[in-house]
Structure formats: C-alpha cells, structure tokens
Design a protein around this ligand. Structure first.
Ligand code: BG6
Length: 509
C-alpha cells in the first residue's frame, strides 16, 4: 500500500446525519486499524453552532452507536476525539471561508499536516456549486504545497443536464484527478470481490458471456421505508436514489472486460466502455421494459405499515416511485443479446443486495428434475449484503434408484472466515482518497453516461401523464407484473431471504 501522508479531512455538512452515522465512525475505524497517519486532523464545518467539545461529544455518540469498534475503551475514543475540531460558518458567504483557511493554517502547524487537505461535501446538493468556488477563492484548491482533493456525495446532479453543469463547475476549480465522486456501493467489500471472483478464477471467466449466460439479475431490496427523509426522497425516487448510481455502477463491474492491470485508469476505462455500450432505451422499452411502483399501506405480522403517501413530508398525491425494475441490454461482443435486469425498492420484504448470474441450461434435459430449478439452469449468486458470500445452485442426483436431479447449494459465507472483518464502505473509500487512489470513485464521464441512459425514463415519467405507476403493498416484492419483465417460460426474479442459501417469496414475511 502507498504511504499515507499527514493530512486533514474537512467535512462540510458536519452537523448532518452522514457525518454522525458514517463518516466519523469510519474515520475512527481507520484509527483503530492503525491506518491514519501520525499527523491527522478532522475539521467539521457547518452552519450549526457547536464548540469543539460539544461536537466531540456528539461524534462520540456516533462512534459508540455505529463504529465497528463501538465498544472501544473510552481512553481510545477520547484520544481520537482530540484530533477533531469544529467551526461554524455560513457556507453561502464567501468571506466565511477565510475562517476555514485560518483554522487549517493552525491545524497544519499543530499536527504537521503538510498542507494536505481533503474536502468532503456532505451538504445539501445546492451547496455543491458554492463550496468549491469559495474554497478556490481562498486558494485552498491549489496544490502548490500539499495535495487538495474533494469528495462529492451523491446525488451527483438531478438529471443529465445538472450533472453536466456540476462537472463543468467542479472542473473550473479542481483538476479531474482531484475530484472523488463517491458511490458507497463501490466501497463495499463484496462489490470489490466481484472483480476478484471474475478475474482470479479460471472457472468463471470463460463462462461469463453471451455463450453461457442466459440473463443477469441485480437486486437491491430494502425493508425500510423513507425513514424521515420524505422531503428528499419525494424529489428523488428510487431511480435517482439507487438505480442511476449504485445499481448501474454494480452492473458495470459485472459486465466489464478484464483490465490489463489493476490500475485506476485501466479499471475506470473498462467500466466506461460498458456504459458507452448501454443500448439506448426506445419508446417501446419505456412502455414494456420499465416498471415503477409505489408502496401502499398494509398489515404485516399484526403491524400496520403506512403507505408512501402517508409518510411525513411526502406529497399526498405523489407519483414518486419507491420501486423500480427494468430490462436492458449492453451492445458489445461479450453481452450481445443477454438481458440484464435490475430492481430496487423500499418497503420490500427484506434487506438484500445481490447479483444473480443465470447460466443457460444444459443442451438436453437427460434427467428429471424434481424442483424445476436445474432445468432453468445453474445460478451463481454473489451476495453483497447481508450474509455476504457466494452461492452456486447446481444439480445433484437424488440418492436412490433412478436419476432424479434436485438443485443443491454450494455456498461460501464470509462469516466462515476466521478473520472476517468487513470494513464499512466509507472506511475503505475515505482511506483510498487519503492515499490518492480513485479506482472506486466515479469519473465525471461515468456519472454523465449513467444519467444519459436513464434520462429517457425520467422524461417519460415527467411528460406522459399516462405512464403507469403501480401500487404494491408495503413488505411485498413490488408490483406483480415485475415478473413479466423476465424473458423465458417460468422465469421469475430470485426471491432472496436474509440467509444467502434460502429463497422463496414468503421466507421473510
Ligand atoms: C443510499 C440511499 O445511497 O443508499 C438510501 O440514499 C439507501 O436511500 C442506502 O437506503 C442503501 O445503502 P445500503 O448500504 O444500506 O445498502
């Protein structure tokens, strides 16, 4: 691993939820894993008024609730907290950035930071256009003495046009290599394992193409609803919240060609090639291959679950989608003719993210299958979360007379590893930015290409009042007609359960 220089992390939006739940607990995890350099400081910046000690107290609670090391001894937590500072500014006022500059000058002297700064924008997106400009105004983006990097949280734009404008604006003040567009799914250990599974096993890669793969399924299901984020969610929907970013990024890792070496440039280049090869959606696709839904109230296990329109800060007539599924194609040599299916939703029966590679069935059905699964072809399931692992569904002879076949599981669970510390996505991504490795961050072009791909869907929903929005009862698997998307007789989505090895529509309800 590259040497980590002394440096500071400056978090804008430090009084927000992300800082409390993810960023500071992840930096603390880095501290506990001895990954922070000797000279290190965190500077929280927000509008809310806190003293250093009030801010540290709040961050301590965050660590004790969300860190991997939540039970760390108090002295450890306290010594980490001494590296954390806070200033309150009006982020809309250019002159207030002088305070940031002065504070960094002091911290730099105190901790020997080498003038190396990462600016993390964890603010409402409207500030993405303001903060870079004012940092530039103070000379804080120029890499004359140390490095200067900027991390931008999602959403990266609201549509293609705004993403292009944001890219233009950022590159007015930072070089592309200084910009780290975060997609926390790419920081997940199991998402990174995708490349390792594919490119380190001679057994999978030869099969990973149109000759052997029938279709690919990618699911990110959540059982929670909008959890107090109704205001944001109602203007985003699952398309902007999960599909345009997390799921399409995962799809590029499933579909990319092997890079010639493990190097940020090479990997980003291969991923871009996939996005450039996405088949543009036609009007017919919009009508047939895209399904959106919204959860309605229901009763599950004696509990009443409210519908999306009853959620706080959600328009009572909202047509925002909380479920989305689609079929699409990648027009390149490897994937020609292979359908890709992606789906994501809130208030589904369980929280599961996984990729299912459906292989073509054997050319002739010599044996009788007692559960139908084998006839449908083997499945390789790469589980992102929870019960992280890999499962291969394969046919095996039922012991006894005759040649009946049933589907059995060959499975590996990360929890079986002796040392199965799985770092939080943010821990890994912050560390990568500290080192200057942007492999797991999105390039500007990648962000624009994903918006370009989904833009016709957004336009269709906005302009066509007849574009269907299906209701589905909270805690069900989404609209019934989602199964109709999947090509082939008797083919449905896999209905995963919390445990990797189980499946079936009702297992979690
Ligand atoms: C975020 C979305 O990006 O990802 C949330 O804004 C969603 O709505 C979350 O709940 C899911 O992330 P994870 O890591 O829990 O799968």
């Amino acid at each position: 691993m590259k040497k980590i220089d002394n440096q500071a992390l400056v978090i804008f939006g430090a009084s927000g939820d992300l800082t409390y739940r993810k960023l500071i607990p992840s930096v603390f995890d880095l501290y506990m894993n001895n990954s922070l350099p000797q000279g290190y400081a965190v500077l929280g910046v927000s509008r809310s008024k806190f003293t250093d000690s009030e801010f540290r107290k709040k961050m301590k609670e965050g660590i004790q609730a969300f860190s991997h090391f939540k039970n760390a001894p108090a002295e450890k937590i306290n010594s980490f907290l001494k590296k954390i500072f806070y200033i309150s500014i009006d982020t809309q006022k250019s002159e207030d950035y002088k305070l940031v500059k002065n504070k960094l000058r002091d911290l730099n002297a105190k901790f020997d930071l080498g003038c190396n700064y990462i600016f993390y924008l964890s603010t409402p997106p409207k500030l993405y256009g303001v903060i870079p400009k004012y940092l530039y105004g103070q000379g804080l983006t120029l890499q004359q003495k140390g490095f200067r990097r900027i991390i931008i949280e999602k959403p990266f734009g609201h549509d293609l046009k705004s993403a292009q404008e944001l890219n233009d604006l950022l590159t007015d003040f930072f070089e592309e290599e200084q910009i780290y567009r975060i997609d926390h799914y790419l920081g997940k250990e199991t998402v990174q394992n995708l490349m390792v599974t594919r490119f380190s096993n001679g057994v999978f890669e030869p099969l990973w193409n149109r000759n052997f793969v029938q279709h690919v399924e990618i699911t990110a299901a959540e059982s929670i609803g909008v959890e107090g984020r109704g205001g944001y969610y109602d203007s985003a929907g699952v398309m902007r919240d999960m599909i345009q970013n997390h799921l399409l990024q995962v799809a590029t890792l499933v579909a990319m060609e092997p890079p010639s070496k493990i190097d940020p440039e090479e990997i980003r280049h291969e991923k871009l090639k996939v996005l450039r090869a996405l088949r543009p959606l036609t009007d017919e696709d919009l009508k047939k291959n895209v399904i959106r839904g919204q959860y309605t109230e229901s009763h599950v296990k004696g509990k009443h679950l409210i519908g999306y329109r009853q959620e706080e800060d959600v328009d009572k007539n909202s047509r925002t989608e909380t479920y989305f599924a689609m079929k699409f194609f990648i027009d390149n040599w490897r994937w020609s003719g292979v359908p890709f299916y992606i789906r994501s939703g809130k208030r589904l029966p369980t929280r599961v993210s996984e990729i299912v590679i459906h292989f073509k069935p054997s050319p002739t059905q010599l044996f009788k299958s007692i559960d139908g699964a084998v006839e449908a072809g083997n499945q390789l399931i790469l589980r992102i979360q929870p019960d992280e692992g890999i499962l291969l569904k394969t046919g095996m002879k039922v012991p006894g007379k005759g040649y009946e076949v049933r589907s059995v599981n060959v499975d590996f669970h990360y929890s079986d590893l002796k040392d199965h510390y799985i770092p939080e996505a943010y821990e890994r991504l912050i560390l990568d930015c500290m080192i200057g490795d942007n492999t797991l961050y999105m390039s500007g072009e990648s962000a624009e290409l994903t918006w370009k791909f989904v833009q016709p869907i957004l336009d269709y929903w906005e302009k066509d009042a007849d574009a269907p929005l299906y209701g589905y009862p909270a805690a069900s698997w989404g609209p019934d007609n989602a199964d109709e998307l999947i090509e082939g007789e008797n083919q449905t989505w896999r209905y995963p359960c919390k445990n990797l090895a189980d499946d079936g529509i009702y297992c979690e309800l």
